[in-house]
Design a protein around this ligand. Structure first.
Ligand SMILES: *Cc1c(COP(=O)(O)O)cnc(C)c1O
Length: 403
């Protein structure tokens, strides 16, 4: 295993994972528990820890590193932009911001307006505020949802463990079972401002919506004059093999929120408002200092351009199908959920956390969002050989851990 490269001119004492972990524990806020590894470097779908161990990264920073690590297109776009104009505030226009807004609208395929933010939670905050401008305050969300950790986004997130310590949360939010059309029909009336839904629930463990669910949601919300707000923070920007996961259902939402994969690792979020929803927010209604800054928008343009020029939508579908076909065959796997390169691997036993730990030791990064599910969200540039290695290694781990 090759040692991680040090930056040019680096002359310090090599630091170990154990030492940095100890320093982390006394300096970084303990909101994540103590992470199991200290990473130093990445290239493509591979990362190295500070102790020189190598990992195939099947999580990609939680569906963020869409082009993998250190992709030259992002490095070049960010470097050039930073050398030209790094930040201007929203008192000024910059070309990358306008080009990205136009590009996102063209990918969605409808007229609208884009609000830029810096994260998924912030994209959802913008949408939450836009929904209030309908003159209604009720929002319907789904059980198992995850929309972020700020107070507004948390109000839409169903997990009791995340919500309860912070109640009362803003808003008038009703939760309905995910995928249940009758429950949605019963919950939505003419007092509802918006229905917010993930096309595939990511944090819940990659839960697919039943066929026809988004179409039914579109019909029900339209009938009651409510907004359909699709949270594509995890599923958007090529992750599922389409630009957006909702595209396959043929619907046109009112609001689409994006973040994670959009910047390929540079923080950026976006709220796309289509049709009449595009004018819900006006001057003075919302704002941000960093949102839409030239560097972040240049990075996102590079991500989108690379997905187009390298054919990564079709590639994500092919590699995702390869992972699913390989893993579905394992006797300890009851189903592989999701689409493209957002996949849930459902195990016969609630031992996903043990598999995750064993995977780290075997040089593979996977994630266990629930007791019986692994989540895979690798870079869209994952190669065929890497996908084959992933299937072989996960299969061997399942044999060993779930023996
Ligand atoms: C991750 C996620 C968020 C929150 O994004 P942050 O950038 O962590 O604020 C919101 N919605 C969905 C569907 C997500 O997966």
């Amino acid at each position: 295993m090759s040692a991680p490269e040090r930056p040019a001119g680096w002359a310090g004492t090599p630091v170990t994972g154990a030492e940095l972990t100890q320093r982390y524990q006394s300096s970084v806020m303990n909101t994540f528990g103590t992470p199991a590894r200290v990473l130093a470097r990445g290239e493509g779908s591979t990362v190295w820890d500070v102790d020189g161990n190598r990992y195939l990264d099947l999580l990609g920073g939680i569906a963020v590193n869409s082009l993998g690590h250190a992709h030259p297109a992002i490095v070049e776009a960010v470097t050039n932009q930073l050398q030209t104009l790094g930040h201007v505030s929203n008192f000024f226009i910059s070309e990358p911001q306008v080009r990205l807004a136009e590009k996102l609208l063209s990918l969605v395929g409808h007229d609208g307006r884009v609000f830029f933010a810096n994260s998924g939670a912030e994209a959802n905050e913008a949408a939450f505020k836009a929904s209030r401008r309908t003159g209604r305050t009720r929002v319907v969300a789904t059980e198992g949802s995850f929309h972020g950790r700020t107070m507004g986004a948390l109000a839409l997130t169903s997990k009791a463990q995340y919500r309860e310590p912070f109640e009362p949360l803003p808003g008038d939010v009703t939760f309905v079972p995910y995928g249940d059309v009758a429950a949605l029909e019963a919950a939505v009336d003419d007092t509802v401002a918006a229905f917010v839904v993930e096309p595939i629930q990511g944090e819940a463990g990659v839960i697919d919506a039943p066929e026809g669910y988004l179409a039914a949601a579109r019909e029900i919300t339209s009938r009651h004059g409510a907004l359909l707000w699709v949270d594509e923070v995890q599923t958007g920007v090529g992750r599922t093999g389409d630009w957006f996961a909702h595209t396959a259902s043929g619907i046109v939402p009112d609001l689409v929120t994006l973040a994670k994969g959009l910047g390929g690792g540079i923080p950026i979020g976006a709220m796309i408002a289509l049709g009449d929803a595009a004018t819900l927010l006006g001057p003075g209604n919302h704002g941000t200092t960093f949102g839409g800054n030239p560097v972040a928008t240049a990075a996102a343009l590079a991500v989108i351009d690379t997905i187009e020029t390298e054919g990564l939508l079709a590639h994500a579908t092919a590699r995702g199908d390869q992972l699913a076909a390989g893993l579905e065959r394992h006797p300890r796997v009851t189903a592989v959920t999701g689409r493209g390169l957002l996949r849930g691997v459902v195990l016969t036993e609630p031992r996903a956390a043990d598999v995750q730990t064993a995977a780290y030791d075997a040089g593979l990064i996977v994630n266990a969002p629930t007791p019986d599910r692994l989540r895979l969200a690798p870079p869209l540039v994952l190669t065929e050989d890497e996908a084959a290695h992933a299937v072989a290694t996960i299969s061997a781990l399942l044999d060993e851990v779930l023996a």
